[in-house]
Write a new protein. Structure first.
Length: 138
């Protein structure tokens, strides 16, 4: 079911409140995990919270969409909302932004080096296996 304009406005107001009051990234993560904001913003996607990349890394979110040309995957790293600015006065990435970019770069490299395993974990999460028991009674 598509959200109405009122639903969208309410969700965005709530997100704004969360951002203004959040003291750490977990406050934002909890809201994004329980709300449909990511699905609403990105369309028909699967959202995986705290998705492991092997035993080396854990993402904040993995977003997955299928298109005619294939699978699109976004790895999301959240940072604390309390940082003053993403960039320094001279226009360089701030320490937290540089750290987040480095982390996403590490994830990208891991995914490239472990692509078959990564895709297998996504397929398992997207297409759960169901088993059916068939029995007879006398």
């Amino acid at each position: 079911m598509q959200p109405t304009d009122n639903d969208r406005a309410r969700m965005l107001r709530r997100f704004k409140r969360i951002l203004s009051r959040a003291t750490c990234e977990e406050d934002i993560h909890a809201f994004l995990k329980e709300s449909d904001l990511l699905r609403w913003a990105f369309g028909k996607i699967w959202v995986f919270s705290k998705h492991p990349l092997g035993s080396e890394f854990v993402t904040d979110f993995i977003l997955v969409a299928t298109f005619s040309e294939g699978l699109h995957v976004w790895a999301v790293e959240l940072e604390s909302p309390r940082y003053e600015s993403a960039f320094t006065v001279d226009g360089r990435p701030s320490r937290p932004l540089a750290s987040a970019l480095g982390q996403v770069g590490d994830w990208f490299q891991w995914i490239q080096q472990n692509q078959p395993f990564f895709l297998k974990t996504l397929r398992a999460a997207i297409n759960p296996t169901f088993s059916t028991g068939v029995g007879m009674t006398a």
